[in-house]
Structure formats: C-alpha cells, structure tokens
Design a protein around this ligand. Structure first.
Ligand SMILES: [Zn+2]
Length: 428
C-alpha cells in the first residue's frame, strides 16, 4: 500500500494541516503528522478540496469520438480537479437503454482517470414522445439515478409528469434542459438589445423561465424531485427561489460560463461564444452569482460540450452550440465567486463536490476530508495566475471561450482513491 503525506494544505481553505493517505483511504488529518514510509507532497498553503464532481458532462462516446471519448474526457476532468463526472445521454446511440448506459459505465471504469456515472435519457431517442426504460437503466450495473434529455427539453407536460412519478419510486431525479421549443425556433443568441442590433434570432428568457415554472409545479404536484440544468436568467433564479420557499424539491445548477460571460461577446461573431442556453446579460450574470452564493442555485456544473474544429470554426449561424469547460471550471469559479468575496473555499467545495454528489446519489464522492473517507482529493494553487492556452488541454476538443484570458488558480494534484491522476499540474 502506498502512503502519501500531503503536508501543510489548507483543508477547505482553513488553517494548514497534514493529510495522510494510506492506499485508497484518508488515514489521518492533523498537524505534524509523521512522514515515515510516506511519499511527501509539500502543499505550501495550497487549498485542498474534495475531488470535484460534475453533474453535467458531455463525453460524446459512443458516436462522436471525433470530439471526445470517455478516456479523453476523463483525462480533461482529472486535469480540472474532478474525480467523478455524470455523462449526459445525448450520444449516438442515445443512452436510453440499460445496454448503452452500461457501455459508458464500463468505459469509465477502464479509463482510470475519473469515475463516470452515466445519465439515462428520459425519453426514447431524446424524442420527447415515449418514456425510456428508466427502471431498467436504474437496475443495470450502471445504477442510473439521474435522467435527462439534455440538449433537448422534455416539453410534453404529461411525459414530464410520468418521468417524475417514475423516478420517485427509487429516489431518482429528472434533470431538465429548460427550453420551450416553439419560443426558441431559429434562436441564435440571447433575445435582447444585442440580438436586435445584430439581427440574430433571439432565445428569450421566458422560454427557459416558463418551463422551470411548469416543472417545479409538476414536481410539487407529484411529490417528486426535479433538477434544473444550466440556469441562465435572473427570472429563473426568482422562480427557483420561490419554489424552494414553498418547500418544492428542486435543485439547480449554473455553468462557469454563465457566471462570467455576457451576450456582448457575440458582437465578435466568434462562434466560440455560441452556447445553449445562450450567454445572457450582465444583470443575469450578477443574479446568478448572488443565487449561487445564497444557495438558491445549488451547484456549479460545467456542461462541458466538446466539438471538433470544423463544427465551431465556421460562420455563426452554422456553428454547433457548446463550450468545453472541465479544465477551466474551477478557475472561473475562483475568479467570479472567490475573488469577488461571494464564496469561500468551503462554499466552493459544497457547490462543486458535496452537493452534486448528493443530488446524483453518488457514493464515495463529495465526502468530507476526514480519516476513513475515500482519498478523492484536489490540491489547488490559488495564487497561480496564467493565460488559458487550449493547446495544453487534455480534452480532444479546443472550443474554449477563455483562450488568451488570464484566469486564477491551477489544479496541481488530483487523487482518485489515493492514486494520483494529476501530479504537479500534469496528468500522471
Ligand atoms: Zn442542456
């Protein structure tokens, strides 16, 4: 068994402590721990967090291995400090059967960089018409508990109601991509001042907000649990806040890019800023940050959406929607939430590890940094400043909106059950 002593790390941003890893487990946390028989990592005041958990990752395999594979995606995840990711179901074929979710789950096991928990589709083929075999996916080796048609909205209220009723039986959750389809036909960007000036088709806030309002009411009616993907507007925040105050079992996520970027960037016509839901206004960004700080929005999820060069490097209207995010998420959260004083590191751990693991019923991750717990850990050099260079990404795709931007913080080490997947900022 390998012993590793992480010396002088600020656990969750607190006072420096030593953390002794023995095999797959944290053996001891304290000060002045003996280094005997252990490999020593001098943390020098770096921040030690529980391994990050992403509830919303597109790994693209099976079917779009030109943009990402489970292996490259989990390497990107480890680089970004993640020890577990939930893989979205919009693959080819769609992950709507026990067979496909088990395939993704097995590929995750083989990758060794990061645990992969498949998400099952809500409807057959993501077509929104017929409920997929949710029970069979739950009972499979993959043990699916999160279901989503992400990329598409479950817009039929009866199908959504049935899905919520079905997952209730085993404590599952439906994760909704809230987008009223008719209101967003031909949409190219946020509907507002900028879209009017540029003459691009608008994606109005109400198309997101109306679906969230319906779904929290459905969850209340059925007594089930709903999760809202990538919340992007100030109005959505108000609806979720109201729903929580009513005691409705709703959770919500925000992406790093919606915490930092606005629709003003679309003026460049650079398709790297094309994403769904679209970048919104400064007012929305500020409301999302506040909501993440006060707990109205529960977690940060990346919506890591890799696309090959040819699908992004074209004119705006033809470009695919989505951005990669796993390798920059923590830096963007440090920039927008920690360095603005809105969150401390314990708050970051809650929103990027503890809570996403709880929402997804994932055991072994999102655990306290304490003796006897699995050694899933991330060491962060928060003093680091660097310019984002996608050439260094582990992801197969390069569609980052942060190229050339200076962002704070760097993951120097990631441990998956005691095994280093990242050492000194490089994949092990
Ligand atoms: Zn989505």
């Amino acid at each position: 068994m390998t012993k590793i002593l992480i010396r002088g790390a600020k656990v969750l941003g607190g006072e420096p402590q030593d953390v002794l890893i023995d095999g797959e487990t944290i053996a001891e946390v304290g000060t002045g721990l003996s280094a005997e028989g252990a490999q020593v990592i001098e943390a020098d005041g770096k921040i030690l967090l529980p391994g990050l958990v992403d509830l919303h990752t597109h790994l693209r395999e099976p079917g779009r291995e030109d943009s990402e594979t489970v292996l490259t995606g989990t390497r990107a995840a480890a680089s970004g400090g993640y020890t577990a990711v939930f893989a979205m179901a919009n693959t080819f074929p769609v992950a709507d059967t026990a067979g496909v979710v088990e395939q993704v789950w097995r590929l995750g096991k083989e990758s060794g960089y990061c645990d992969v928990q498949p998400i099952g589709a809500v409807t057959v083929g993501l077509e929104g018409k017929q409920l997929a075999e949710l029970g069979a996916m739950h009972d499979s080796a993959a043990g699916v508990t999160v279901f989503s048609d992400d990329g598409k909205c479950v817009d039929d209220a009866v199908i959504m109601r049935r899905a919520l009723e079905y997952v209730k039986a085993f404590g599952g959750v439906v994760a909704q991509h809230a987008q009223e389809p008719r209101l967003t036909e031909g949409a190219q960007m946020n509907e507002g001042v900028v879209s009017a000036e540029l003459g691009l088709g608008g994606w109005p806030a109400v198309a997101e907000e109306s679906v969230i309002a319906r779904d929290v009411l459905l969850a209340e009616h059925v007594g089930s649990r709903v999760h809202i993907c990538h919340l992007s507007t100030a109005g959505s925040v108000e609806i979720v806040r109201w729903a929580k105050s009513r005691g409705i079992d709703v959770t919500a996520e925000v992406t790093p890019h919606h915490l930092l970027l606005t629709d003003e960037l679309v003026r460049s016509y650079n398709p790297v800023y094309k994403v769904n839901p679209p970048l919104r206004t400064e007012r929305d960004v500020m409301a999302l940050r506040e909501a993440l700080a006060d707990g109205t929005i529960d977690i940060v999820a990346t919506d890591h959406a890799p696309h090959p060069h040819e699908d992004k490097d074209c004119e705006w209207a033809a470009a695919a929607m989505g951005m990669v995010g796993l390798e920059t998420a923590l830096s963007v959260v440090q920039d927008t939430m920690v360095e603005t004083g809105l969150l401390d590191w314990a708050g970051v751990a809650e929103r990027m590890s503890f809570k996403p693991a709880r929402i997804g019923s994932l055991s072994g991750h999102g655990r306290p940094i304490a003796a006897g717990e699995p050694a899933n850990l991330t060491l962060v050099d928060s003093a680091y400043r660097g310019v984002v260079d996608p050439a260094g990404f582990a992801s197969r795709s390069r569609n980052t909106p942060y190229e050339g931007r200076e962002l704070p913080g760097r993951v120097t080490h990631t441990f998956l059950r005691g095994r280093a997947t990242v050492v000194d900022g490089n994949l092990a």
